[in-house]
Ligand binder design. Structure first.
Ligand code: SIN
Length: 286
């Protein structure tokens, strides 16, 4: 799959990527109301990654349903809609609105955006996480993915809470909170001061999160964080991910996902595996 916020609403990539080959597309997170996002600059390249402080800039759920979903639904791949609410009621309202709409295969609850006030509360407090997931679960029949933040001490407690709330899948990780500084001006580079770090720089953190969550929960895990090659994908699968999302790599290599798909059968064959499922969580830590 391609990760939310890194693939636009897919139109931008249509000339570059054979979209129907993807396992799924996660469009940019939508909110109930339109959001202008944070002040610029909102992205900065860093060593081995990038820092963003977009602030969930989007046109709101109704504009998404009217202008983006019909196109996305026509692409022949699963569309997993990423939603973020300011409170539980907004998550529930959006989930109910999207339930049953043609083309929506699943919901990914963005419980982890570090760039909006209140954005990570649901992902840092296990009780809040369980409660929002449970309410969404009751409000819709769609598969529910809970996307978690690495910016916590007790990641496994939050993963367990998501599972207890009824999440079908746990996605991890969202970005790592960070800062870029222009020392000559003694100023932060991002308009919102802090941002979320993504890209290859965070891959070991993401792998560690997938491995640890895999010890804590029984639901499937989607690995996200710095995946740019088939080797990265295999590492995540061996560590415990059932599926992966390609994120920041899309910005500098839009065809990364397709290159990975092409290379995956040979990588599986190297392990004598016929399919991904044969490899999931087979890491030997003994
Ligand atoms: C953003 O829009 O600020 C990034 C989205 C996220 O980190 O969830």
């Amino acid at each position: 799959m391609v990760a939310s916020g890194t693939f636009g609403y897919a139109r931008e990539m249509a000339g570059l990527v054979d979209l129907c080959r993807l396992g799924g597309i996660l469009p940019k997170t939508i909110t109930r109301e339109p959001r202008r996002g944070n002040p610029p600059p909102r992205t900065i390249e860093t060593t081995g990654g990038m820092l963003n402080s977009i602030g969930l800039d989007n046109d709101g759920i109704e504009a998404f349903i009217e202008h983006q979903l019909p196109y996305l639904a026509s692409l022949g791949t699963a569309i997993l809609v990423s939603i973020a609410g300011r409170n539980r009621a907004e998550f529930v309202e959006m989930a109910a609105r999207l339930d049953g709409l043609a083309g929506v295969a699943a919901l990914e609850l963005n419980l982890s955006c570090p760039n909006v006030s209140g954005g990570v509360d649901f992902g840092t407090d296990p009780a809040m996480c369980e409660s929002v997931v449970a309410r969404v679960r009751r409000a819709c029949g769609l598969p529910v993915l809970a996307k978690l933040t690495p910016n916590v001490t007790h990641l496994c407690a939050v993963a367990k809470a998501a599972e207890a709330g009824g999440a079908d899948v746990v996605s991890l990780i969202n970005t790592c909170l960070g800062l870029a500084v222009d020392w000559r001006r003694r100023r932060p580079i991002l308009g919102n001061v802090m941002g979320g770090l993504s890209g290859p720089a965070i891959k070991p953190i993401a792998l560690g999160a997938v491995y640890r969550a895999g010890q804590a929960v029984n639901v499937p895990l989607v690995g996200i964080g710095g995946i740019a090659s088939v080797d990265d994908v295999m590492e995540f699968i061996v560590a415990g991910a059932t599926a992966v999302q390609i994120g920041t790599a899309n910005f500098y290599n839009p065809t990364a996902s397709i290159q990975i798909l092409d290379a995956l059968p040979a990588a599986l064959a190297e392990l004598g595996a016929a399919c991904v499922a044969d490899v999931v969580g087979t890491i030997d830590t003994g």
